[in-house]
Design a protein around this ligand. Structure first.
Ligand code: TMP
Ligand code: ZN
Length: 413
């Protein structure tokens, strides 16, 4: 099949002891929204299956859709989700205070800089910035906003080119390491960029949260690796680098922020050892945890569909709230199509007017829907912003509006 390969080796340890732990069926890439004219054209679908490496414990996809197909035009924009913007504001400030404020004219590089939201926060703090972003629409948007951005996939070659003229103090990468197929090439590039004193800081969703909260919908073709500290440590040590700190972050359903430098550059925080111990105790090194996870996902699918079908029988009209990529995994896996959801509202301008892949539900602007007095029942596809969204829609809820929260088990609020 064009644009697709089936990998046979673990992305971190190259081992071949890979066990299938969850099968979500054939799915279209989760961000490939359709124009109205494309609805009847037929869509490319690819297997979506989760594997666990019993050697280094990396949980990963082996069904690889080409990165050019997934990322060159990208619809996810950080700035569309206010909670993420405020997360980035705090993030930049804390990195500045810890690593940059005493440096002379420091440079921060971001890998996968999206629309430049995080770099914009560093810029406000007077820091030099450079973004590296493969999506041409987002790189252009960033450059138009004076966020200096290279329109490239990050690689060892790009790292070498940059260090010919500049030395970054900090490299950041948020929700992007899990998207990268050749992790070894990337780590070589990082090693070149951080040299002897630089720091690499990245955020990724945390596997234990994914398993505990049954966040199966965060599994999609863009996300090739689902990290815990155990395999990350293995990867990073292969390059003479060291994880010297790790912090839990309450974003994207539970994430970790990981701090890396060359060996012996920083004292290692106790948080690293503690998290690895927690991972032993949770059982990430045994297959049972994943088997139980898989069974629970099957039950969740049935329960959620039943809740929505029952609401429909009561005569309720239901719409989707938020059209994140993960929403499309949930809709496709649970067979929730346009006979159940009439439309989906989303704040991202470039998503509005398009249709969801596989399920063909129209995406519209929230502006006309959530105005005062409108009740209705919303399936919260952007469940990671539950707190903020329920607060934002207080008025509608006071007027009888209800939310179905799909995970970890469907509840109506
Ligand atoms: P994310 O979970 O990947 O950040 O995507 C969230 C999606 O939900 C994104 O398309 C923006 C959308 N959204 C809304 O429509 N309304 C909101 O209030 C928030 C927070 C997000
Ligand atoms: Zn492995």
């Amino acid at each position: 099949m064009e644009n697709y390969i089936l990998e046979r080796k673990c992305r971190i340890c190259s081992g071949e002891n890979l066990q299938l732990v969850l099968d979500l069926g054939n799915q279209p890439p989760a961000n490939s929204l359709l124009e109205k004219t494309q609805i009847n054209e037929g869509e490319l679908k690819f297997p979506l299956r989760l594997y666990w490496c019993s050697d280094c414990f990396l949980v990963q996809l082996l069904d690889i859709v080409s990165k050019e197909h997934l990322f060159q035009h990208y619809l996810y924009m950080t700035s569309a989700s206010k909670p993420i913007v405020s997360h980035f504001e705090k993030y930049a400030k804390s990195v500045f205070d810890q690593f940059l404020k005493n440096s002379n004219n420091p440079l921060v590089i971001e890998i996968g800089s999206n629309d430049g939201s995080l770099l914009g926060e560093f810029k406000k703090l007077g820091v030099q910035i450079l973004g590296i972003e493969p999506a041409s629409n987002l790189a252009k948007l960033s450059n138009d906003l004076n966020i200096d951005t290279l329109n490239e996939f990050f690689s060892l070659d790009i790292a070498k080119q940059i260090t010919e003229s500049r030395t970054p103090s900090v490299i950041v990468a948020n929700n992007v390491i899990g998207h990268i197929e050749n992790l070894h090439n990337i780590m070589e590039g990082i090693k070149v960029l951080i040299g002897k004193t630089g720091v690499f800081i990245f955020e990724v969703p945390y596997l234990i949260d994914l398993i505990k909260n049954l966040e199966f919908d965060t599994i999609y073709h863009e996300h090739l690796s689902y990290f815990s500290l155990l395999p990350l440590n293995n990867l990073i040590e292969q390059f003479g680098l060291e994880i010297f700190d790790v912090q839990k972050q309450d974003v994207h359903g539970g994430s970790i922020r990981v701090f890396v430098s060359v060996e012996n550059n920083f004292q290692i925080n106790d948080s690293v050892k503690k998290m690895i111990n927690d991972e032993h105790e949770f059982g990430l090194e045994k297959i049972d945890v994943y088997k139980i996870f898989s069974v629970k996902i099957g039950e969740l699918k049935k329960d959620l569909k039943q809740v929505l079908v029952d609401l429909k029988k009561e005569g309720k009209s239901i719409f989707g709230y938020g059209a994140p990529a993960k929403g499309n995994v949930l809709l496709n896996y649970c067979d929730i199509d346009n006979s159940i959801l009439e439309f989906i509202i989303d704040t991202t301008p470039i998503k509005q007017g398009k249709f969801t892949p596989g399920t063909h539900i129209p995406i519209v602007s929230p502006s006309n829907i959530m105005k005062k007095g409108v009740g209705g029942t919303a399936l919260l596809l952007a469940w990671n912003y539950e707190r903020e969204i329920l607060e934002k829609e207080k008025e509608s809820r006071n007027n009888g509006g209800k939310f179905v929260i799909p995970i970890p088990s469907p509840v109506i609020k």
